[in-house]
Design a protein around this ligand. Structure first.
Ligand SMILES: Cc1cc2nc3c(=O)[nH]c(=O)nc-3n(C[C@H](O)[C@H](O)[C@H](O)COP(=O)(O)O)c2cc1C
Length: 180
């Protein structure tokens, strides 16, 4: 039976980790699932016949999603729309419960307003703060966002805000959609 493909973009590895967790949880339901970096997908191509469900995942970076994500959506909109499909995003503002919903997360709302593709399933996750592993400028910018939103700014801060139970629940929702 054709399976699920998750195409993801990850600048610092956390979205990749969320994607891998989704993949394992979907496979645990007996559904085949692959994951592919969006750059790999661009250069290696996708065997679309293998998949009847496609999920895209990306972190919010400086208020937007990476160009590679938008380019993938533009280029593959017909393939996305011909399959079950979903989109998830990570952001640190989503550490606040009211911003961890599709309606309450301004980046997801921006995505919905801008995207010509209308995903069937949408999900917002809180991301990770990892100042020691981010470069100087990235850390400085996020500290600025954190200062404005009353978050942590100490240079040694590493906090994983992701609710991993929510990741498991989203995997089940994807699997249910894939089996429909
Ligand atoms: C360069 C950079 C810019 C970011 N910009 C935002 C932002 O504008 N708003 C926000 O809520 N989170 C922002 N974040 C937080 C990320 O969305 C979050 O840390 C996510 O987990 C990163 O995933 P990754 O490790 O897969 O890149 C930013 C993180 C980085 C590294």
């Amino acid at each position: 039976m054709p399976g699920v493909l998750i195409v993801y973009m990850s600048r610092r590895g956390h979205t990749a980790r969320v994607t891998r967790t989704l993949m394992s949880a979907i496979e645990a339901q007996g559904t085949e699932c692959d994951m592919m970096d969006v750059v790999e997908a661009k250069h290696e191509g996708i065997d679309w016949d293998k998949y009847h469900t496609v999920v895209i995942g990306a972190p919010v970076l400086y208020g937007n999603f990476d160009d590679s994500v938008w380019a993938f959506i533009d280029q593959h909109r017909p393939q996305l729309e011909a399959r079950h499909n979903a989109f998830f995003c990570l952001s640190v503002v989503a550490r606040k419960p009211e911003k961890a919903t599709v309606e309450g997360n301004r980046y997801m709302q921006k995505f919905i307003a801008k995207s010509p593709w209308r995903p069937q399933l949408l999900k917002v996750f809180a991301g990770k703060v990892d100042y020691p592993n981010w470069g100087f400028w990235d850390s400085l910018s996020i500290k600025f966002i954190m200062k404005m939103t009353k978050g942590p700014t100490a240079p040694d801060t590493v906090i994983d805000y992701t609710d991993w139970n929510e990741v498991q629940a989203f995997a089940l929702a994807i699997d249910e959609m894939a089996k429909a």
